[in-house]
Ligand binder design. Structure first.
Ligand code: 9MR
Length: 384
């Protein structure tokens, strides 16, 4: 006996209702399964045809043999940067003293896990030993004296890891919007310290990929200065292979069209492009956006609003921001060599303490319990 139509309709409607609930359930399960699959596959695998996916991490993880973090790094990333240990003050704290313990562990970890490795950084104005710019009597060192120290540092370090370290940030943060940073390097040697560093690194390891790295690269002035330097280096045969855009960004800065314009400008010069220190702060600020290391601010609770967790709407904004960024990176995949996050999990990010100590920020892919966040899922989903 056929059912009355009304009944049928009712049935059908409730069937549709149930089906869509069931389908929504299946979709949720599927996306959960996707997320879990992505988590077990890892971002590096998902992006393997596009660019390296890297992470910077601190030496403590290696010294403590932190298996949980090392496990995440092995699963998710195929390029590694050391957050601090290759900086001049860490690796050569005085003229005749070198420290290689944690650095050797870093390189061994990279080799054992077949990872691309970045040495950060050979020459920077910051994180250098006090004695560097002084002579034996404590006076300002002469140009010749500093050139000797530069040669010794770069040749020793690049030679030691020759054939193992794939790439070096040869010079970090030397160019400003209106010209060269007035650092001790420029004051004592002149701006040719930079080409000297690139030449030395190339001499020590002709196969190493050599990078100039800087922050605020979206700024037109900086972009133009960097392009001018690259053109000049190319003309004079000074070995430079890549440009690193650090990528310490926020939810509302920089204008991503400007960031993209810089990626394009560097790629157009034949440079490989590296996003070297990516993180997205969600915290409010009342200072000029910057990664300038000398910036310091006193703690203000009003600028630390998410101590109890990240509200859903901000979490969504963060995921959307990461998606916008990754869409740009994928657009330039032919020139984009690597996208490296400046840390793995939120609890370990420098952003919690810069430029104001003691805040709770959420800039990275893994949360304080080391679980992948929505932004992780969003980046993974782009490759499905
Ligand atoms: O994240 C790094 C932090 O742990 C150090 O205290 C700081 C000073 O050495 O450097 C941070 O890393 C910087 C990087 O070396 C260069 N670009 C800006 C990064 C954030 O300050």
């Amino acid at each position: 006996m056929s059912k009355p139509i009304k009944q049928n309709r009712m049935d059908r409607r409730s069937f549709i209702g149930k089906t869509s609930i069931a389908l929504a359930g299946i979709a949720a399960l599927k996306s959960q399964a996707f997320a879990m699959a992505a988590e077990s596959v890892g971002l590096a695998e998902l992006y393997k045809d596009d660019f390296y996916i890297g992470a910077a991490f601190g030496g403590r993880i290696l010294m403590n043999n932190d298996e949980e973090m090392l496990g995440i790094i092995k699963r998710e990333f195929n390029s590694i940067s050391s957050e601090n240990d290759f900086k001049w003050a860490s690796i050569q704290p005085s003229d005749d003293e070198w420290r290689f313990e944690v650095q050797d562990k870093f390189v061994k970890f990279g080799l054992d896990n077949n990872m691309h490795m970045l040495g950060h950084c050979l020459v920077w104005h910051s994180q250098v030993p006090r004695s560097l710019f002084r002579d034996a009597d404590g006076n300002q060192i002469s140009k010749e004296g500093l050139l000797k120290k530069l040669d010794y540092h770069v040749l020793t370090l690049v030679d030691k890891y020759k054939g193992k370290m794939n790439a070096w940030d040869v010079v970090n943060e030397a160019i400003e919007e209106r010209g060269w940073r007035n650092s001790n390097w420029v004051r004592i040697i002149g701006k040719e310290f930079m080409e000297r560093a690139f030449n030395l690194a190339h001499e020590a390891d002709p196969n190493a990929h050599l990078i100039y790295n800087d922050y605020n690269m979206d700024k037109k002035g900086k972009r133009d200065q960097v392009v001018e330097m690259v053109k000049d280096f190319k003309k004079r045969g000074i070995p430079i292979h890549g440009i690193g855009l650090q990528g310490h960004v926020g939810l509302d800065y920089p204008d991503l069209r400007e960031f993209e314009a810089s990626i394009k400008a560097f790629a157009d010069e034949g440079m490989k492009v590296h996003i070297t220190e990516l993180d997205v702060t969600v915290l409010p600020y009342d200072w000029g956006r910057t990664a300038e290391i000398s910036t310091n601010r006193e703690y203000a609770a009003s600028l630390n609003p998410y101590t109890e967790g990240l509200p859903k709407d901000v979490d969504k904004k963060l995921a959307d921001r990461y998606v916008e960024l990754f869409k740009i990176f994928l657009k330039y995949r032919d020139s984009m060599e690597r996208v490296t996050f400046w840390g793995v999990s939120d609890d370990q990010s420098w952003k919690n303490n810069f430029p104001m100590r003691g805040r709770t920020d959420y800039p990275l892919l893994f949360d304080r319990e080391h679980k992948p966040k929505s932004c992780y899922d969003a980046i993974a989903a782009l490759k499905k």
